[in-house]
Design a protein around this ligand. Structure first.
Ligand code: PGA
Length: 273
């Protein structure tokens, strides 16, 4: 199975100039990697998710490269146009060059109160517009401490379950390709940006649970990629990559430096080769 290493740039970098500097070093490193048979990033699909304001410029620069471009979010209200001040629709981000979008990141859930219904709307809009989706789920520290992780994840996965139940009749063509166009990112909230990480065995058991759950949905998603996110860096990537249940990484802080992002990509590329 091909691994995914996805950079979530969040509300970074501050300027167009810094975006270009990051892309310059990322593309230079990838080009030199492609000529390097030892470090080749061949078994790893790279993706970056810049902020909405930088999406068009980044996707233009990535057009003829192997790196995909994703949005970090899309509007719940309309997949196209409308009176929704501040929102960007699935159609708009696709027109700007995104082929994927992240949805349900814990920062969106926390700061924008994204609910089951909102996420179901977004998921539907994305898939109808032909955007792939990186769907984020994860428990808080309190939920982890109370051993509620699987219950929390099951509730968050219910958005996908509802999508499959509701859209089955209407949209069979996008449902049929969901195994390739939906990635689940397991991101414990307490591990994001904190330097704290669960053990590889914990992540592995959680991914096994997620895969088991989605394989039991109305349309069995039995071949879905489940990636891990939360303080992944160049030093710990190898241990996550070595586990067969972990199909890639969603990387925040370490994706803002080309060398750490590429080191993570190389870790997954080697072990999944
Ligand atoms: P982090 O963020 O790698 O900085 O912990 C991950 C994420 O929020 O996707």
């Amino acid at each position: 199975m091909q691994a995914w290493v996805i950079g979530n740039w969040k509300q970074n970098p501050a300027t167009k100039h810094e975006v270009n500097t990051l892309l310059d070093s990322l593309l230079a490193a990838i080009n030199s990697d492609e000529n390097d048979t030892v470090n080749k990033v061949t078994h790893c699909q790279l993706m970056v998710a810049p902020s909405c304001i930088h999406l068009a410029a980044v996707s233009t620069r990535l057009k003829d490269t192997s790196v995909l471009c994703a949005a970090q979010d899309i509007s719940a209200h309309s997949d196209s146009v409308g009176a929704y001040t501040g929102d960007c629709s699935a159609q708009q981000v696709a027109d700007a060059g995104a082929t994927w979008t992240i949805l349900g990141h814990s920062e969106r859930r926390q700061y924008h109160q994204e609910s089951h219904d909102v996420l179901l709307q977004k998921l539907t809009h994305a898939l109808i517009t032909n955007l792939g989706v990186v769907f984020c789920i994860g428990e808080t520290q309190a939920q982890y401490d109370a051993k509620q992780t699987f219950d929390v994840l099951d509730k968050q996965l219910a958005v996908i379950k509802s999508l499959l139940n509701q859209e089955l009749e209407q949209q069979p063509e996008f449902i049929n390709t969901l195994n390739e166009r939906l990635i689940i990112a397991y991101e414990p909230v307490w591990a994001i940006g904190t330097g704290k990480v669960p053990t590889v065995n914990e992540v592995s058991a959680t991914h096994e649970h997620i895969k088991h759950m989605v394989a039991g949905f109305a349309v069995p998603l039995s071949n879905i990629s489940v990636i891990y996110g939360g303080s992944v860096n160049a030093a710990n990537a190898d241990s996550f990559a070595a586990n067969a249940m972990i199909n890639g990484a969603l990387v925040g802080g370490a994706s803002l430096k080309a060398d750490s992002f590429l080191a993570i990509a190389n870790a997954f590329s080697h072990t999944k080769a």
